[in-house]
Design a protein around this ligand. Structure first.
Ligand SMILES: NC(=O)c1ccc[n+]([C@@H]2O[C@H](COP(=O)([O-])OP(=O)(O)OC[C@H]3O[C@@H](n4cnc5c(N)ncnc54)[C@H](OP(=O)(O)O)[C@@H]3O)[C@@H](O)[C@H]2O)c1
Length: 318
């Protein structure tokens, strides 16, 4: 029997229930994995509390890693005993699960299961921002709204390594040091001098904003981007970004957005995950810690994400 974490109703973290379920043998194109680590993502909290609708009952989670236990008919390139991970396949909060073989990324020897569960979805989202939604160039000045968050902290460090000048914005004052460690300049979103300080770095405005916050920093991000610049809207942790469409058009600002599953697909996942693993090896994210939780302590993990208490990447240890 597998342990699973399922919700039967939307609500507070207490709706997360640890249950058991039988896992069948894999069918055509499927693989059975014994999971070792499960990534917790902001989106999971939205599915739990009902900000995003999903069919109930539902096993949450879309990211995990583990060892292949069995492969179904037609699966040729994945073998029993291999370590694998995935980043966009619902039903991850489980000790064992079935998954489509095409969703899996084989893990190199030097990337642990825990690292994969902590970094894969968030790191590939950062890759989407830097390589698919925008193609970052050395010398560009970028503002990262939500640089203290999981994806933002990865993207800031990666953008710096790719030669950009990075201005990071934190929503919590206690996380300014984390932002400072991965950016050239760090500000708090409510700093009344933030725009003046940004203009001191980029007098005409920044070339690109990578936005993970949405509503809470909308005024600052719109004012910070230069005319003819770009807003890459990846997330909206504080609620949807409302842009003034007329003003955006008048100033020639391009607004782009997208989902990681659309941009990191069968055509790009090899390249994207290869670049992410190399960046991890190169130590770009060496100061980013994992916040570890026991599998059954999932409610606490969700409460910590929702309360913005975390400074590490949340992982459930199975
Ligand atoms: N498009 C995609 O495919 C994709 C993929 C992954 C994630 N996302 C989205 O990206 C967003 C960030 O994800 P994440 O995993 O990085 O989440 P996270 O770790 O919880 O980070 C959220 C960030 O937003 C900041 N923030 C929240 N409310 C704020 C407010 N009112 N004012 C200023 N800053 C505020 C937080 O600041 P503090 O922590 O400093 O308080 C933190 O920097 C989420 O909306 C998520 O759904 C989208």
């Amino acid at each position: 029997m597998a342990k699973i974490i399922r919700i039967h109703e939307h609500g507070e973290p207490s709706v997360l229930r640890v249950e058991t379920a039988e896992v069948a043998e894999p069918g055509p194109g499927e693989v059975k994995i014994r999971q070792e680590a499960v990534g917790v993502n902001f989106f999971d909290t939205m599915l739990r509390d009902g900000r995003v609708n999903g069919p109930l009952p539902m096993v949450l989670g879309s990211e995990g890693s583990g060892v292949v236990e069995a492969v179904g008919p037609g699966v040729a390139d994945i073998h029993v005993g291999e370590r694998v991970a995935y980043f966009a396949s619902m039903g991850a909060y489980a000790s064992e699960r079935l998954i489509d073989a095409s969703s899996l990324v084989a893990l190199p020897q030097d990337i642990s299961n825990e690292q994969a569960a902590a970094f894969l979805a968030k790191g590939l989202t950062a890759w989407m921002g830097l390589r698919a939604l925008h193609d970052i160039a050395p010398g560009e000045v970028v503002l990262v709204a939500g640089a203290s968050g999981n994806v933002g902290s990865i993207l800031s460090r990666w953008a710096m390594a790719l030669g950009a000048t990075v201005i990071g914005v934190a929503g919590s004052r206690g996380k300014l040091d984390k932002v400072r460690a991965g950016a050239h300049h760090a500000f708090h979103s409510q700093d009344p001098e933030a725009l003046t300080k940004i203009r001191a770095v980029a007098p005409e405005g920044v070339d690109v904003v990578f936005d993970f916050v949405g509503h809470g920093t909308a005024e600052l991000t719109a004012a910070a981007v230069r005319s003819g610049g770009k807003i890459v809207a990846i997330g909206a942790a504080s609620g949807q970004l409302q842009t003034d469409a007329l003003e955006v058009t008048r100033r020639g600002i391009e607004v782009v957005s997208g989902g990681v599953q659309d941009h990191v697909n069968t055509a790009t996942v090899g390249e994207a995950s290869g670049q992410l693993f190399q960046a991890m090896r190169d130590g770009l994210f060496h100061d980013l810690r994992v916040s570890r939780y026991a599998f059954t302590d999932v409610s606490r993990a969700h409460a910590d994400v929702a309360a913005r208490r975390l400074t590490g990447l949340p992982v459930l240890r199975v």
